[in-house]
Design a protein. Structure first.
Length: 353
């Protein structure tokens, strides 16, 4: 069901969170645990989304990063082959528009941690050949490439990190700086020969949490022609109980800092809504405790806050956001850019047409 716009979720989840209740309490949900059900697909189509950057590969947990990542790529290849009428893999910017024309959901392969590269930057070429189009340098913790947002040292990009950024540039993969520490973000942005992105974040000027980006980071990313996606996450409100209005405020701030040509959305959540929020709330405390014990939780994660925006979820989330942006006085052209056109423009710069 078309919204009238291309809608690109720069970081999202294609899954039915109601299918396996235990999944919400697991430390890590891997691709082979996802349930891409008929409801999942129907909801995605009904939402109007055109393409989603899905997380695959190693993010955190007790897995061998490289081997686990290869298995996850195979899993997503199988998912797409199993649903050829509904899904197509995005390899170039033009594939996003083509997915829209064919009435399919474009699937963008992305990592949320470059740990699987290990100490071998040449693996970037192999991942590109397997269809990966986005590599986020770090998760919340430090890795061999740089410090994440929870690493207290804030050490920045390592010498190996510089090599990895160069390899990502060479093979035309997006350098995603979501979850990175401030110095890592700034140094990687300056080191990159191509525009970089922060596919899912908030604005630290509004809520001072490490997962949100400072104005300096936002401005530098935009100045280089990059992209910033605002998430639908609790970090958008100091109370942890973020609302749709908070999403709009962070988008508005990002537009003021970056300009309207560099801001979009990366929800970091599903389209299919959780049906039983009370049961989910009961499992959430265990999930948060596990992440904290593993050192992977972000500052602001709490057992009494949902990891999504409760009044901006389900199949109507993109329409509701468009309505709120219109209510704020945004033109249809600006709304179109935020919902997906800006990501497409950025993708052309990095991936080519």
């Amino acid at each position: 069901m078309s919204l009238g716009y291309i809608v690109v979720n720069a970081l999202g989840v294609l899954d039915d969170p109601n299918a396996v209740p235990a999944a919400a309490a697991q430390l890590v949900q891997t691709s082979d645990q996802l349930t891409v059900s008929e409801r999942t697909l129907a909801d995605a189509h009904a939402s109007g989304v055109t393409a989603i950057n899905v997380t695959l590969g190693y993010t955190m947990g007790d897995f061998p990063p490289y081997e686990h990542t290869l298995r996850e790529i195979e899993t997503w290849d199988t998912i797409i082959r199993t649903h050829p009428q509904d899904l197509m893999r995005v390899g170039a910017a033009r594939d996003i528009a083509e997915a829209g024309r064919q009435g399919k959901i474009g699937i963008i392969y992305g990592f949320q941690n470059a740990a699987a590269v290990e100490d071998r930057p040449e693996r970037v070429a192999a991942f590109a050949g397997l269809g990966v189009r986005v590599i986020q340098l770090t998760y919340n913790q430090a890795n061999q490439i740089g410090d994440g947002s929870t690493a207290p040292e804030n050490r920045g990009l390592t010498p190996l990190g510089h090599e990895v950024v160069a390899a990502l540039n060479e093979h035309r993969l997006m350098v995603d700086l979501s979850h990175s520490g401030e110095r890592t973000c700034l140094e990687a942005t300056r080191a990159s020969r191509r525009p970089v992105s922060v596919n899912h974040t908030g604005c630290r000027a509004l809520v001072d949490l490490p997962r949100n980006k400072t104005d300096e980071e936002l401005r530098l990313v935009a100045a280089g022609g990059g992209f910033v996606g605002i998430y639908f996450m609790p970090f958008l409100n100091a109370s942890g109980h973020a609302t749709a209005r908070d999403v709009v405020e962070h988008i508005a701030h990002a537009v003021n800092v970056c300009g309207e040509d560099h801001v979009g959305i990366g929800t970091d959540g599903t389209i299919t809504a959780i049906d039983d929020l009370d049961a989910y709330r009961d499992r959430l405390a265990e999930h948060v405790a596990q992440r904290q014990a593993a050192g992977a939780a972000a500052a602001g994660e709490r057992s009494d806050t949902f990891p999504f925006v409760a009044d901006l979820r389900g199949v109507g989330q993109f329409r509701e956001l468009a309505r709120l942006l219109e209510q704020r006085g945004y033109s249809s052209t600006r709304i179109e850019k935020i919902l997906g056109r800006n990501f497409c423009t950025y993708a052309k710069e990095v991936w080519g047409k």
